[in-house]
Design a protein around this ligand. Structure first.
Ligand code: ADP
Ligand code: GN1
Ligand code: MG
Length: 371
């Protein structure tokens, strides 16, 4: 949905100094409607802000999302400034609404919020060098460390069973059986590839159920474009997209970094020969995450390489489910995009499987050296 005509009105409902100059949409995320708005203050200076409408089809309880985001941003700000005494970096902050509270209800319904714009930074869809990979993983590892003392009961489950891979599998098979959009015949190869890997889907949740993997407060959406990097130095400055922060497994967070950083191909690349695993990128991710996240236990370290394959499989299943359902969850810009996305993910699973031994051997060496 295009909210361009509403953005001035929404922006003016927040307690922001100055006069609204312009608003423009950002297209990089798959879920929310995100806009940059520029305001000019009396001294002639221009200031930018992010306005976001929470996608309530995805987040059935947008106010629970706001409570989580408010709590997590508050926690991080307090720790970054008072505990780490680091005032150099930037953190995400919510701006208050003029009527009070930290959100505004839009004219056509919908919950809007306003964040500070992280200036001097950009996000990447594809990682260009190992410094970016190391920095991104370090930022998410550091995030994990920063939120590690939030009690699990302190965050709400904003999407139930978000990384419950067995449930994602069951749902895909169910949607394929019902085949409401008559698309199943075109994805027989993909379904067979997934069915052959059914053994993988419950591996981590079983370890979690048996108490061998700790449930932590995790980010749950650590794709590479959810961290802002300094445009000049490629330093990771701020982790964003906190809507899915909830109890989870750190392995899914590390895995999603692998999924989105090791390949030089776009997530929706139609030419599957472009989907590859760049080992130096994996190595930089493992070093960055282990260097920053000090709470990882042995069972977590032992599964870091597997986690990349698992979440690529899970994400492939999710894109395929959405394709079979008629593209109702992820934003798309063209026909067949979710199918292309699903195919890149499954190709990545295949590529990661071939390198898993090498990847885990590297993790083991790094973990041993850091002990
Ligand atoms: P989605 O849930 O749709 O992925 P995100 O919160 O990730 O939404 O935001 C989408 C994009 O908007 C990000 O990839 C980033 O480029 C940009 N963005 C989001 N928040 C900020 C911010 N505070 N400062 C600058 N850019 C931002
Ligand atoms: C979505 O919101 P965004 O674009 O950062 C999705 C992730 C998927 C990702 C695939 C809430 O992330 O779970 O891994 O797309 N977010 C949600 O690119 O479903
Ligand atoms: Mg995002």
């Amino acid at each position: 949905m295009d909210y361009n005509c509403h953005i001035e009105k929404i922006a003016n409902d927040f307690a922001i100094a100055g006069v609204f100059i312009k608003g423009e949409e950002i297209h990089s995320g798959h879920i929310n409607a995100t806009y940059i708005a520029t305001f000019e203050t009396e001294d002639g200076l221009k200031h930018r802000y992010i306005f976001q409408r929470i996608n309530e089809k995805v987040f059935r309880d947008p106010l629970a999302v706001m409570r989580n985001v408010e709590m997590v941003t508050h926690h991080i700000n307090l720790k970054v400034m008072r505990v780490k005494r680091d005032v150099g970096g930037q953190t995400l902050n919510l701006y208050p609404a003029r009527k009070g509270g930290l959100y505004v209800s839009g004219a056509g319904g919908g919950i809007w919020r306003c964040y500070n714009f992280i200036e001097g930074c950009r996000t990447y869809e594809i990682v260009e060098n190992t410094r970016q990979a190391y920095q991104a993983a370090h930022a998410f590892g550091s995030f994990q460390d920063l939120v590690s003392d939030i009690p699990l009961e302190g965050v709400e489950e904003t999407i139930p069973d978000f990384h419950n891979t067995p449930k994602r599998y069951e749902r895909l098979m169910d949607v394929a059986d019902r085949d409401l959009c008559s698309r199943r015949a075109s994805v027989a190869v993909e379904l067979e590839f997934i069915q052959k890997r059914q053994w993988m889907v419950s591996k981590l949740v079983d370890l979690q159920r048996d108490g061998l993997l700790p449930t932590r407060v995790t980010h749950n959406d650590t794709k590479i474009n959810n961290v802002m990097m300094d445009v000049d130095t490629d330093e990771a400055v701020c982790v964003i997209d906190l809507d899915t922060v909830m109890p989870g497994l750190s392995l899914y967070d590390f895995g999603d970094l692998v999924r989105t950083a090791v390949s030089p191909a776009a997530e929706d690349e139609p030419d599957l020969s472009e989907v590859l695993v760049r080992m130096p990128m994996f190595e930089a991710l493992a070093e960055g995450y282990i260097d920053a996240c000090h709470c990882l236990c042995d069972a977590e370290l032992d599964n870091l390489a597997f986690a990349g394959s698992l979440i690529s499989l899970e994400t492939g299943m999710r894109f395929l489910t959405d394709y079979l359902e008629g593209d109702v969850y992820f934003k798309t810009q063209r026909d067949g995009q979710n199918l292309d996305r699903a195919r890149t993910q499954l190709k990545l699973v295949d590529q990661l499987e071939q390198k898993q031994g090498e990847m885990q051997a590297f993790v083991n060496r790094v973990a041993k050296a850091r002990r």
